[in-house]
Design a protein. Structure first.
Length: 297
């Protein structure tokens, strides 16, 4: 397919394209306000209406720069950004804690990030704690019944995607012709780490999605539920996935959502052929010794 318009670096534009017109109220979620512009400026959080329903929006701003942490720019999720995003999730949980599951507000994650900000200061003070806090917050919100959809519009790279995307119920992505990128690390880095020559990995990546990068390969792995073929298609796709997530949770099929559900989907698409066999073998081995380590009562 020919290259077309890209949404890379346009997280704020994507918000306006997805939500109801003029409905985004940045910096306010329930009773919480984010009124310090110097705290996590690369994280965009707030409340909007989507198809008439209140939703929490969490995005990264590629045009923001965190002056306290020089490596946090161009959409990188730094320590403050991770904590700010986590706070946005917990504010959503608090705002809807008295509502039944069917009325929990959706969370829409707009994903365009080249990674985390692993500067020396962040590592010393706990970058891993910030990203871990955000992952935990999303997992808690998902288990509490909030539908979570991650919309990949540009880059979904490494540990930043781990915290800002992979805990969603469903992940959808603009197709590869929009310049979207999804991977843990480039093949050059994989080559250095596992000590395989780059040419071998490039050959493997042609037919094995584990070694490849991009939304289409990630689709084969079950990581992306749906590829979106047009920019205008982002909004209706997200709306439909929110409905599907709610229906699955109402039917008691939460195991078909989130990380576990994506593993099952990858097996169905034959992108993860070995995973079910490994799980079966591990279950068999555990069952053989379960009485010894976890005796029944």
């Amino acid at each position: 397919m020919e290259a077309t318009e890209t949404m890379m670096g346009r997280g704020r534009d994507a918000i306006d394209m997805i939500v109801d017109a003029d409905s985004f109220n940045e910096g306010t979620i329930g009773a919480k306000t984010f009124d310090d512009p110097e705290f996590g400026p690369g994280a965009v959080v707030g409340t909007a209406a989507l198809n008439g329903e209140a939703v929490t929006i969490i995005a990264s701003d590629a045009n923001a720069f965190n002056e306290k942490f020089p490596v946090v720019y161009a959409g990188i999720i730094g320590m403050e950004e991770g904590y700010k995003m986590a706070q946005a999730v917990y504010a959503s949980l608090e705002a809807d804690k008295a509502r039944p599951v069917a009325e929990k507000r959706p969370l829409v994650l707009i994903v365009d990030t080249p990674g985390n900000g692993p500067g020396k200061v962040e590592e010393i003070f706990g970058m891993n704690k910030a990203t871990g806090a955000y992952q935990l917050a999303l997992a808690e919100a998902r288990l509490a019944g909030h539908p979570i959809v991650a919309m990949v519009i540009g880059r979904a790279i490494s540990g930043a995607f781990l915290c800002h995307g992979l805990q969603a119920d469903h992940i959808v992505s603009l197709d590869a012709n929009f310049g979207t990128m999804i991977h843990v690390m480039p093949l050059t880095s994989v080559s250095r780490i596992i000590r395989k020559d780059l040419e071998t990995l490039q050959e493997l990546s042609k037919g094995n999605p584990v070694f490849a990068a991009g939304p289409r390969f990630f689709y084969a792995l079950g990581g992306v539920e749906e590829l979106v073929g047009t920019i205008d298609g982002m909004r209706p796709t997200i709306i439909e996935h929110i409905k599907a997530i709610r229906a699955a949770k109402a039917a008691g099929e939460a195991d078909k959502l989130g990380p576990w559900g994506r593993g099952q989907l990858g097996a169905e698409r034959e992108g993860r052929k070995v995973r079910p066999e490994v799980i079966k073998l591990m279950n068999q081995e555990f069952a053989a010794v379960a009485e010894k380590y976890a005796p029944s009562r």
